[in-house]
Structure formats: structure tokens, C-alpha cells
Write a protein that binds this ligand. Structure first.
Ligand SMILES: [Zn+2]
Length: 176
């Protein structure tokens, strides 16, 4: 699970932290990167300190228009790629805000999004194919089923965080 790949999305880190407190079955483990963009988080800005939008920097349909100086040029991107490739993961979750949807990236079993949506009032979004996007690279190149969660808020709200934490728990149950 990746939080704060965009440093100006303040709900993503507390949500990742809330999810980390969810009791897990014995056979399940979760790897959490609560602040994938620590420079941006410190400055409350979308991009990292070098001005790179990390979620346009992945080597999937990379574009020089907004992807940084080259595909996977940022050390943060490289760290996320290494983690995705080494983890033998069943599912990758990418937390954003504030658009209010749950998006199974093509290849992700749709019932996992259904489970998450059973606890939150957001819409489902299908067919995301984001150039340079971590979630799309993860699904298409790393072969890890991937889901993007867009929390429907700009400001942290304990009730909303708890809804999404329950959404995670429902998704986890559906994954078994
Ligand atoms: Zn974002």
C-alpha cells in the first residue's frame, strides 16, 4: 500500500496508518509505504523536491511533458518499483485524494473493488491507463493486481478514514 505519492494529499498517510492497525489473519502480511513522497509531504506539494510528479515517472507510456527527466529517474520511483517486484504481492493499493472513487486497474479482480465499495459511498472507475502512473505500471509491467483508491476529501476526517479502513478489511476478506 502506497500513501502520499503526491505530497499534498494529507489524508493518504493517516489512512495508511489506520489500515496498518487493522488486525490481519496469520497468513497475511502487508507492506505499507505511508509517505512515498517525503519531500513533497514536507513541503505540502504534489511533486518531489526535484519537481518530479512521481505518479507520472513510472516506465509505462512515460511522457516528457510531465514525467520528469526520464522514466524511473526518481529514487522514490525506483524504490517503489523494487518493492513491487520483490514483494510477491497479491494486491497493490495506491491511495490518492480527493476524487471519490475506487478504481481496479485492468487485471485486478473486480470483486475486490466491490468489497471496498461496500463500506464507502464512492463510485467505481474502470479502465484507468495512466501514463507514468505507478498503479498502471504495477498492473501492466510488474504483474501485481493493482487498485487505486481516491478518497473523497481534502481534509482528514476520522469517520471517512474509518469507512476506508473497513473497506480495506472487506477487501482483505475478499482476497482470501
Ligand atoms: Zn494523487
Amino acid at each position: 500500500m502506497v500513501g502520499a505519492i503526491h505530497g499534498n494529499e494529507p489524508v493518504t498517510r493517516p489512512l495508511a496508518e489506520a489500515i496498518s492497525a487493522t488486525p490481519l489473519p496469520d497468513h497475511v502480511s502487508i507492506t505499507i509505504l505511508p509517505t512515498a513522497n517525503p519531500d513533497g509531504w514536507a513541503r505540502n506539494q504534489r511533486r518531489n523536491a526535484h519537481g518530479v510528479d512521481l505518479n507520472r515517472n513510472f516506465p509505462w507510456r512515460w511522457s516528457p511533458s510531465d514525467g520528469g527527466p526520464g522514466p524511473a529517474s526518481a529514487p522514490e520511483t525506483q524504490a517503489m518499483m523494487r518493492t513491487a517486484r520483490q514483494g510477491n504481492f497479491d494486491l497493490a493499493l495506491w491511495i490518492h485524494q480527493p476524487l471519490g472513487y475506487v478504481a481496479p486497474i485492468p487485471g485486478c479482480p473486480p470483486h475486490l473493488a466491490d468489497a471496498w465499495l461496500s463500506e464507502v459511498g464512492d463510485r467505481r472507475r474502470l479502465g484507468i491507463d495512466q501514463h507514468g502512473g505507478g498503479e498502471t505500471w504495477c498492473a501492466r509491467i510488474a504483474g501485481v493486481p493493482s487498485m487505486l483508491i481516491e478518497v473523497a476529501t481534502w481534509t482528514a476526517n476520522p469517520g471517512l478514514i474509518e469507512q476506508h479502513r473497513r473497506g480495506f478489511a472487506a477487501c482483505l476478506a475478499a482476497l482470501r
